[in-house]
Design a protein around this ligand. Structure first.
Ligand code: ZN
Length: 169
């Protein structure tokens, strides 16, 4: 399994709802897996995710993913490198919360340096460096947000207020 990504809320992750494959599954009937083929953060992934199904109306079946990590039956998988269920994603996020504070500081410092921001999280947010891809910038920003939240213990609402004063373009 690839290492799981570290952002702070489910909405940050690409989702894959089994309903997207409804038509395809209806035609193939007894498919027991779906092959995923995608790239995420510059890496290519190709593997099959097992399916299961439960009977529903009119002799049809409802299909479910079996999480590649824990085999739970779910209708939505989240991409954190590999696709996993919400529970696995939370477990991964939870373990991130237990990092020693100095590791959080040094990672936050590394991100600030990469962004060309003044050292020290007390200086708040800077700008996107010229020439850096938006996708790279937002990835770093997401990770940075999470680190700052962990370090400061500020609420998400409070952070949103700080973020609200920054323009992204
Ligand atoms: Zn899982």
């Amino acid at each position: 399994m690839p290492k799981l990504a570290t952002t702070s809320s489910l909405s940050n992750y690409p989702k894959l709802n089994i309903s997207r494959y409804r038509d395809q599954l209806r035609q193939s009937g007894k498919a027991s897996s779906i092959e995923l083929n995608y790239s995420y953060r510059g890496k290519s992934y190709r593997y099959s995710v097992q399916l299961t199904r439960t009977p529903c109306n009119y002799g049809n079946f409802r299909h479910w993913w079996l999480c590649p990590s824990c085999s739970k039956r779910v209708s939505v998988l989240y991409c954190a490198g590999a696709y996993v269920c919400r529970h696995c994603l939370n477990a991964s996020y939870g373990s991130q919360l237990q990092q020693p504070i100095d590791r959080l500081f040094s990672r936050a410092g590394a991100i600030r340096a990469r962004l060309g921001w003044v050292a020290g999280i007390a200086h708040g947010y800077g700008e996107r460096p010229k020439g850096m891809h938006h996708s790279t910038y937002y990835r770093l920003l997401n990770e940075y947000d999470k680190l700052v939240r962990q370090i400061c213990g500020v609420s998400m609402e409070m952070l949103d207020k700080i973020r609200g004063s920054i323009s992204y373009e």
